[in-house]
Write a protein that binds this ligand. Structure first.
Ligand code: SF4
Length: 502
């Protein structure tokens, strides 16, 4: 017969264990570094001004506990405050980081929501530590945006007119719902369950009607770049309707600029806007300021790489002002690199003659000034046009004209729309020419390697698939925290090497 050892645990016998929480944080791990940095290295005294309870009230949970716990939770892909609260109760490492205080999830949520300004300061301090570990090259940077949905309902998005229509629909639905319930009541068809469902549905409809009508009462029409009305959102009006490769989302764009050496994020901001390009000058300024604050010595030559979303004259001017070399792809960059056989002549192929204000085409014919106009993006520009006769008889018309119809029926000559960004002598034209050189193309090829892994790490490894907060300020705080988590992850190797934990 088998004979096994008896266990006291099986019979429900209690056991006293002595646990040293700090010993649970093993040298060489992320949590060990996090604890050491927050407790000893990074000054977080700026949180103190939030507390005024020395004479009255209960003692508060120390901010070091909350920040360690939140960063640890985010690094493990846990972003909900309730789950982080749970983690501090069930996970020994989280328990050690939270110093056994087990903060309530509302405390965690408040801390994330209310401290976005302080997170900016801590972000720079983490950056300074990255610089101390020599993780920042300071020469080549790449900027881009990561489009993420937020805690805003896409159902409740639209222009004023759309929202008014939706309100009418909800009202009609509520009326029909009441009428149907009355009918059933008269016939004695309503039992307890149908009554419960009816109340629930009616409550939902009433809530939506109230929400939309109170929003419409105080609506401030949002204007887009072209001065036209853009969509508003009832749940979070600071978020934007953003087009992504998977369709439209209601959310924010997490902007980031990262350094080439170790992909350290040097500047981060979340914006509730569909167009990320317009924020480039601010991103650039923050990058320069953050590097200065972090003690990174400015290199003589700084390069900034970005994709076509950032190509415009204003952004190139911003680079020039900051003395930064811009390597930003223009919208036709990829086509130019590809098969050039079917490429149509662009403005750069036409030569401008200031005296007389006209252009000459590759066939040597004149394009004269016609009028001032606006393009679909709202940019003002000048229209120049060739004579229809010249174009009909031109041997180059296949490379120049869009039309594939019978050329003898052509009713207008080729026209050029010259805006600030494609006028002769503009920074955009100069950059387009430089982008045709091998040197610029080689440099631009690094863009993907520098910035895309940063977004993959945050969205895939750290599982930030949507912002869980509402309002630009709060979302910005959450984005900064995730960027900090990314940077701290990059510090681990250098920290362990420095401390001899390899
Ligand atoms: S099609 Fe007209 S504009 Fe184009 S190259 Fe010929 S003549 Fe010039």
């Amino acid at each position: 017969m088998a004979k096994y050892k008896q266990t006291e645990a099986k019979s429900g016998q209690g056991l006293f264990l002595s646990v040293n929480l700090m010993e649970q944080l093993l040298p060489g791990t992320f949590e060990y570094m996090l604890n050491a940095l927050i407790c000893k290295k990074i000054d977080i005294s700026m949180f103190d001004k939030n507390y005024n309870n020395d004479k009255t009230g209960a003692s508060a949970i120390p901010p070091r506990v909350l920040i360690k716990l939140i960063i640890y939770g985010y690094s493990k892909g846990i972003k909900s405050s309730r789950s982080i609260d749970e983690l501090s109760k069930n996970n020994i490492i989280a328990k050690a980081l939270s110093e056994d205080l087990e903060p309530h999830w509302t405390t965690i949520a408040d801390f994330i929501s209310c401290n976005s300004e302080i997170f900016k300061e801590i972000f720079v301090k983490v950056l300074a530590y990255c610089a101390e570990l020599e993780l920042i090259g300071g020469e080549t940077f790449a900027g881009d945006g990561c489009r993420l949905p937020s805690n805003a309902s896409i159902e409740l998005t639209g222009k004023k007119e759309d929202l008014e229509k939706r309100l009418k629909i909800y009202r009609r639905m509520a009326e029909k719902h009441i009428a149907k319930h009355k009918r059933h009541d008269e016939k004695g068809k309503n039992d307890e369950e149908t009554e419960r469902c009816y109340q629930l549905q009616q409550k939902k409809l009433t809530r939506n009607i109230e929400k939309i009508s109170s929003f419409l009462k105080n609506i401030e029409i949002k204007e887009g770049r072209r001065g036209k009305e853009t969509t508003s959102n009832i749940t979070d009006n600071e978020s934007a309707l953003i087009l992504t490769s998977q369709g439209y989302i209601q959310g924010y764009i997490g902007l980031a600029v990262s350094d080439k050496k170790e992909q350290i994020i040097v500047s981060a901001e979340a914006v509730g806007s569909a167009n990320e390009g317009e924020h480039f000058p601010r991103m650039l300024e923050t990058t320069v300021n953050n590097l200065e604050k972090a003690g990174v010595k400015r290199k003589k030559k700084i390069k900034m790489l970005a994709d076509k979303n950032y190509f415009c004259e204003e952004n190139l001017k911003a680079c020039k002002e900051q003395n930064v070399q811009a390597i930003i792809a223009d919208p036709q960059y990829k086509q130019r690199l590809g098969d050039n056989k079917n490429k149509r002549y662009e403005a750069d192929d036409f030569k401008y003659y200031k005296k007389g204000n006209y252009y000459k085409c590759p066939n040597g014919k004149q394009l004269t000034f016609k009028r001032i106009n606006k393009n679909s993006e709202g940019d003002e520009g000048m229209v120049y046009q060739a004579s229809v006769k010249d174009c009909r008889n031109c041997p180059l018309n296949a490379k120049c004209l869009k039309t594939r119809k019978d050329i003898s029926k052509l009713d207008r000559g080729r026209s050029l729309f010259i805006t600030e960004s494609n006028s002769p002598g503009s920074l955009s034209v100069a950059l387009r020419k430089k982008l045709n050189t091998q040197e610029y193309q080689d440099e631009y090829a690094y863009r993907i390697q520098i910035i895309e892994p940063v977004f993959s790490n945050i969205t895939h490894c750290k599982k930030l698939d949507r912002f869980s907060l509402r309002g630009k300020k709060k979302v910005n705080g959450q984005w900064l925290l995730y960027c900090m988590v990314h940077n701290l992850g990059k510090c681990l190797k250098g920290y362990n090497k420095k401390k001899g934990y390899t």
